[in-house]
Design a protein around this ligand. Structure first.
Ligand code: NOJ
Length: 739
């Protein structure tokens, strides 16, 4: 198996070398500088700092305000988004430098999974369970973005998502708060490094605060209604982890939470974010969400919407232009205090100082650096490495994979096979799809001796079967068929909810026809969400979940298909059997009538099993791992103690491979019903064929605490079960007592 871990590590080190830590005296210095600027500003200039407008270079929302150039020249803008490129940002910055206060603009953009070199979509990266790889991806993205004049990315998206109908599952880390929190932290570290003023870092923006991923019925922008317990236990954790990791900005979400839109939600924006979590950065709205308060039906007009937002704790207005229109009058009417405005401005100026923009407003607009930084060979190599780590092997009957490079005739079929455009997925920033590697190209490069035959088979979403005959012909001539099927990139991401999780168009029919030929078939899935693929799961011998892997997609998939890389990804989200099972996630409650197939009056369906098609944490390898029995260093512990649990894991197959050893915990009896299992730790280990390792986890009160019946956070004495295994379903268990 090929190994490029060393390449990754060295790139990582190289990138981090530029970063230094900001000391507390430097922070105080910045605070003083902020105050000295603030003192000189008029109320109108202050309000200008609270506005963010999109340029017309890219469009990521419903409308563009054409007057943004005018606004910059008049000092009415604090930040611009959707504008990048050293020359262009320099031009806009020069306009800001021509205003009375000469306060530099902040340039933001949705750099979600790479900027020019596109990495796997976030859900794919989460499948790697490799925090170093995820951090590296964000590091490269920041380096490229900062070289193109950008200071600020609207990432990471930290929304827990348990409804695959919601298109934005693709942008997050899946369903689990523990995994999601670690990934959120890794992404913030990657984007921000340890010094925001370094020219290869950008400010992160934790979004979408809060609970955007719990939209009813999986419909984007829809209402969210949930208990405070659910909010705190599950949804808030990744945002908090990102903030604890030092993220300097937060974005409010579009949704209402229990009737109060996030953008007017004092409980979220002030009580939790500022008072409980001590967040010191600034909060920006999502696109026009101040204006949308009127559609929610909580504000009657511009003035009321602005008043509610600023008083709830929203510092910057993205795209509504309401603060510019309404705040001055609201201050005069004493509905908003100037102190509140000052506080918001202070937070924004502070980030500008931290980025070094007051020292040199053009420090990120260096055309020479831009030229030499974008899409460097080592970035492409890193993207390939992260991409192959993101692939999940869902099935591999009779070791059909890896395919031998000596195979004579390989059929590559499917609408996504000879396709570059879809490889980069949604939110691909300034990525240029023409530079991505298609699966067909990847296969040809990896198996140069093979006769590679290609046929499209069908389109992604229409009903036409006109290309079937050609595809069947090609399949007949082959020794193995590789079928690339799934979704188009636009089918997931923002405003891309689906009511069906089936393969679009006639793709399943195509698979069925090819299957009838009796040839060995490998399905390569490309999609932005879990799909309902029961038939394929049952009949097709080998299935790779590849999501959308970015610029290097084709190479990375070929690495796995031919065994140059042994897959190690694990699902960060459950695959349902049917839409009717949603919401379905591994850490559900037991209920008072847990499923019993022999008893009608238990919690189950009449027409389908409760079990998912593929559980959370699931993913195979070309090798096999055998788990021993868990061993405790003691059977009992107290709250102040640490207990250790160890397990032997042996590579019993033929290949070297990586395994994600997962630890789940259940609190058997507590003052509130606890989930049947919760992920509390994992370790990704590498084992040579035949090699064994003892994996040890430490359990302390941290892993056992929860929001008790009275909402205090802590442990309760009693029995706990520890479950260790290679996914959330297949575990070896042992129990202990907390005394
Ligand atoms: C709307 C999206 O919800 C958000 O994620 C994004 O950052 C903004 N638009 C800006 O493009």
């Amino acid at each position: 198996m090929r190994k490029t871990v060393i390449v990754i590590v060295s790139i990582g080190l190289m990138l981090f070398a530029a970063c230094k830590k900001q000391t507390s005296s430097e922070q105080t210095l910045i605070d003083n500088k902020v105050d000295s600027v603030l003192k000189l500003m008029t109320l109108e200039e202050k309000i200008g700092q609270l506005s963010l407008y999109t340029s017309d270079m890219d469009q990521t929302g419903a409308f563009i305000r054409k007057e943004y150039i005018q606004d910059i020249k008049q000092g009415k803008v604090g930040a611009i988004f959707n504008a990048y490129g050293a020359a262009y940002t320099r031009k806009l910055q020069a306009m800001a430098m021509n205003t009375r206060m000469r306060i530099p603009l902040l340039f933001g953009y949705d750099v979600i999974h790479g900027h020019r070199t596109i990495f796997p979509v976030p859900l794919a990266e989460a499948s790697s369970w490799d925090l170093g790889a995820i951090e590296l991806s964000a590091r490269v993205a920041a380096t490229e973005a900062a070289a193109e004049g950008l200071h600020w990315t609207f990432a990471p998206m930290c929304d827990i998502a348990r409804d695959p109908r919601w298109g934005r599952v693709v942008e997050g880390a899946g369903e689990d708060p523990f995994l999601g929190s670690l990934i959120a932290k890794a992404r913030v570290q990657g984007f921000q490094g340890s010094d925001l003023s370094a020219v290869n870092t950008v400010a992160a923006c934790v979004k979408h605060f809060a609970a955007y991923g719990a939209a009813q019925a999986g419909r984007d922008y829809h209402s969210v209604d949930m208990s405070e317990r659910m909010l705190r236990e599950t949804y808030l954790a990744p945002y908090k982890a990102a903030i604890d990791a030092g993220a300097v900005t937060v974005m409010s979400s579009f949704n209402d939470l229990n009737g109060i839109p996030a953008t007017a939600n004092h409980f979220l924006m002030t009580e939790i974010l500022r008072n409980e979590w001590n967040f010191k950065g600034f909060v920006v709205t999502d696109y026009t969400s101040i204006m949308e308060l009127m559609f929610h039906g909580v504000a009657a007009d511009t003035a009321q919407a602005s008043e509610m937002s600023i008083n709830a704790g929203i510092d910057m207005d993205m795209q509504s232009g309401f603060y510019n229109q309404a705040l001055e009058k609201l201050v005069k009417e004493n509905k908003v205090s100037e102190k509140t405005i000052d506080e918001a401005v202070r937070r924004i100026l502070k980030v500008k100082f931290q980025l070094g923009l007051f020292d040199d407003p053009y420090r990120y607009c260096n055309e020479e650096r831009e030229k030499t930084t974008l899409m460097k060979p080592e970035f492409l190599e890193a993207a390939r490495e992260v991409a192959r780590k993101s692939i999940v092997l869902l099935k591999n009957d009779n070791n059909l994979l890896p395919i031998s490079k000596q195979t004579k005739n390989i059929a590559v079929i499917g609408t996504l096979a000879d396709n570059k455009r879809e490889m980069i997925g949604s939110w691909s920033a300034a990525g240029n799809w023409t530079k991505s590697i298609s699966l067909l190209e990847g296969i040809k490069a990896s198996a140069p001796q093979a006769n590679v035959l290609y046929a499209k088979g069908c389109n992604i979403a229409d009903d036409s079967t006109q290309y079937f005959a050609e595809a069947l012909n090609v399949a007949k001539k082959s020794d193995v068929v590789i079928l690339a099927i799934g979704e188009a990139a636009y089918m997931s991401g923002e405003a891309a909810s689906r009511s069906s999780l089936d393969l679009p168009g006639v793709q399943l029919q195509l698979v069925q026809k090819i299957h009838e030929l009796g040839k060995p078939v490998v399905v390569v899935l490309m999609n932005g969400r879990p799909l309902t693929i029961n038939w394929i799961g049952e009949k097709i011998p080998a299935i790779l979940e590849t999501w959308f892997l970015g610029t290097q997609a084709g190479n990375a998939i070929a690495d796995v298909l031919f065994g140059d890389y042994n897959p190690s990804g694990k699902l960060p989200i459950t695959f349902p059997r049917a839409v009717g099972q949603i919401p379905i996630y591994y850490c559900m409650k037991n209920t008072g009538r847990p499923m019993d197939v022999n008893n009608k009056y238990t919690s189950k369906y009449l027409d389908i099993s409760n079990e998912p098609l593929y559980p959370f944490g699931f993913g195979l390898s070309y090798t096999t791992f055998e788990y021993g029995e868990p061993m405790l260093n003691k059977k009992e512990m107290t709250e102040a103690e640490v207990l250790t649990v160890s397990i032997d894991v042996k590579n019993t197959g033929k290949y070297k491979g990586e395994e994600v050893v997962q630890l789940y915990i259940r609190d058997l009896v507590a003052s509130v019903a606890r989930p049947v299992k919760e992920l509390k730790a994992f370790q990704k280990i590498e084992l040579e064929a035949g090699q064994s390792k003892t994996v040890t986890f430490e359990i302390s009160s941290k892993e056992l605490s929860f929001y008790r019946a009275d909402m205090s956070f802590g442990v309760e004495k009693g029995k706990f079960i520890l479950m260790i295994g290679s996914n959330s379903r297949d575990t070896k268990n042992i129990d202990f007592m907390l005394n």
